[in-house]
Design a protein around this ligand. Structure first.
Ligand SMILES: Cc1cc2nc3c(=O)[nH]c(=O)nc-3n(C[C@H](O)[C@H](O)[C@H](O)COP(=O)(O)OP(=O)(O)OC[C@H]3O[C@@H](n4cnc5c(N)ncnc54)[C@H](O)[C@@H]3O)c2cc1C
Length: 242
């Protein structure tokens, strides 16, 4: 069902079990469901968790954390030829892979993405039904703030000292779903963020809900690893109950 946003999920009690998927236009029934709703997957998963017996909800939520969001900005190279013929990855920074150099199919060079955390609007202890606090990814401003260029110059010059002033122009931005937020993971002195959390592929083996796999916090390298992730998803569905 293309262009058909899913609005609710529940287990179907009337039509022989399975999962009832409510969309804006129709109801669908399925035996298995892969929740790959990107920025909204935790929100969608929460709708199913909410229908579980109250005594089990917290346990299930432990496997399906809420989403936090980190914007990633890019700047493009203008007025100077790129010296690169392949991607350049610096050492990763907390929350991201570092400002790397990418080349598009036309050979144009972009730098990014950086990590711009969206402030946590709701206390982490208050896990609401929507699983994303007050942060709605649809409301995140995707314009690139030109002032962020200062940090880009500094970071890119670590591996390309020849980058000239005035060569970086704001380009596009995207939003990553995250399963943690550095403001909630500081050490006692308020110092560096503690811990790192990868994306999660949560099937019946983890959360105990039959027939459902939730892809939570699917940030980079979700695209690169999509074939491996799909095999993992298939395994979780095929092996459930065994
Ligand atoms: C700035 C940035 C740079 C990145 N760089 C890389 C990289 O270099 N390499 C890499 O591997 N990955 C990278 N990623 C991550 C990669 O983009 C994601 O891992 C990948 O897109 C996740 O794919 P997905 O299909 O799970 O989710 P998405 O691509 O987000 O797709 C989710 C889909 O679900 C739909 N949807 C949402 N809610 C509903 C609903 N209620 N009903 C119906 N449909 C719904 C959405 O419209 C969307 O079409 C980057 C991400 C960002 C933001």
């Amino acid at each position: 069902a293309l262009n058909c946003p899913v609005t609710d999920l529940s287990y179907d009690q009337e039509h022989g079990g399975g999962i009832l998927v409510k969309t804006e236009d129709m109801d669908l029934y399925c035996e298995n469901l892969v929740n790959a709703a990107g920025l909204f997957s935790a929100q969608l998963a929460a709708k199913l968790v909410k229908k579980q017996p109250k005594s089990q909800q917290q346990q299930k939520r432990n496997f399906i954390p809420r989403h936090y969001f980190a914007k990633g900005n890019y700047f493009r190279l203008e007025g100077q030829r790129t010296p690169f013929s392949h991607l350049i990855y610096p050492v990763p920074e907390p929350g991201g892979l570092g400002v790397h150099a990418t080349l598009d199919l036309n050979g144009h060079c972009r730098f990014g993405p950086d990590v711009q955390w969206i402030p946590v609007a709701t206390d982490n202890n208050v896990v609401d039904d929507e699983c994303m606090g007050d942060n709605n990814p649809d409301e995140i401003d995707l314009n690139v703030d030109p002032h962020r260029a200062d940090v880009f110059y500094e970071q890119v010059r670590r591996y390309w000292p020849g980058l000239k002033d005035g060569s970086l122009a704001p380009d596009y931005a995207g939003v990553r779903p995250k399963v943690h937020h550095p403001d909630l993971l500081r050490d006692a002195d308020g110092g560096a963020s503690l811990g790192f959390a990868d994306f999660m592929v949560q099937g019946p083996q983890e959360h105990g809900m039959a027939g459902v796999v939730h892809l939570i916090g699917m940030e980079s390298p979700g695209l690169t690893s999509c074939l491996a992730v799909s095999e993992l998803v298939a395994d979780k569905l095929l092996l459930q109950g065994s």
